[in-house]
Design a binder for this molecule. Structure first.
Ligand SMILES: CC(C)(COP(=O)(O)OP(=O)(O)OC[C@H]1O[C@@H](n2cnc3c(N)ncnc32)[C@H](O)[C@@H]1OP(=O)(O)O)[C@@H](O)C(=O)NCCC(=O)NCCS
Length: 137
């Protein structure tokens, strides 16, 4: 199997690694795109929260591509890389790769560009290098 456009890959350390399970399938029995998109959103959200040091919300998903199918039992690895930091927003490039259980071969299955906005306790946009003030619990 070959990677799609390896020069453009954002693969560093994985942000999430999981196994595609029967509960994650569509009515045809293949892995549901919405599940995969959710995993990508989780990976991007982890990168965003880490950079913004606090709560963030997804505001846009662009350039989303489903390149290959994912099957039950596949190991799915999500890679997320921060590619731009604005005043309150961040762009995170995310890729998902699959590996079948019995193989060492991997292939890229998705890519997408996620935009997150750092938000405060009232869910308003918050400047990224201004941490959310601590509140009494
Ligand atoms: C996130 C949210 C608080 C932002 O509020 P807003 O008033 O729309 O934000 P603003 O217009 O001030 O823009 C905030 C930032 O997002 C960027 N932005 C706004 N719309 C965007 C879009 N469609 N694509 C990319 N970036 C966008 C702006 O450029 C700005 O970035 P900057 O500060 O780095 O320059 C609001 O849109 C919201 O609550 N959305 C729902 C989020 C959510 O529930 N996500 C989960 C979905 S299940």
């Amino acid at each position: 199997m070959t990677a799609i456009d390896p020069q453009q890959s954002v693969r560093g350390a994985p942000t999430i690694r999981t196994i595609a399970m029967p509960a994650d399938t569509n009515p045809a029995g293949d892995i549901f795109g919405g599940w995969l998109l959710g995993q990508m959103d989780l990976a991007a959200g982890a990168a965003a929260a880490r950079r913004a040091k606090g709560r963030c919300a997804t505001i846009a998903i662009d350039a989303m591509q489903f390149l290959k199918p994912v099957f039950v039992g596949d190991e799915v690895t999500l890679y997320a890389e921060l590619v731009h930091v604005g005043r309150t927003s961040m762009k995170i490039s995310v890729e998902a790769w699959r590996r079948s259980r019995e193989s060492e071969d991997t292939e890229q299955v998705t890519r997408g560009l996620f935009t997150f906005v750092a938000i405060d306790a009232q869910r308003r946009p918050r400047p990224i290098d201004r941490p959310e003030p601590e509140t009494d619990a």
